[in-house]
Design a protein. Sequence first.
Length: 180
Amino acid sequence: MRKNRVVILFLVRFFVVYFALTVLYSFYLHKTQISSNIFSCAPITKVITQHAKNMVELLGYDVFTQQNKDELSMMFQVNQKYVVKIVEGCSSIGVVILFLAFIIAFAGKLKATLLFGVFGIIMIYIVNIFRIVFLVLVIYHFPQFQEVLHDLVFPAIIYGMVLILWFFWIRYYAIRNKRN
């Protein structure tokens, strides 16, 4: 047990932080849905949809988004054609929680951990917006690729980026900060 103390402490910290952040996010989702008394996506999903909409419009497309009346999702139309629905899972909050749990469990100095945490959240958010925009446009033009892109390619991109962030965190921040 003593031999694996570092690994056990990391795992305990990781799962405690992951569980705590997941519970907080679930509570937030539950609170936003109860307060509205109707089907309504969480504000973060609406903001992400709006940012994706703005980017697609910048590329010259006519875009319309609206809260779906039948489920917790945002409808996304391009040039009057329904393309995708953006659900709570598209917000990438789950990915952010996973990212934060890891860097907190493998923490360096407080300032470095906080700064890298904020930097990582911003990077994940930006990549997620681009992911949604690319997914919308490819599905609009090539709907036959929807399943492969949504289920394989784009998750690989966002989780791959998180792995790269973790690598940099371990290699350049956490270990160096602990040595100093």
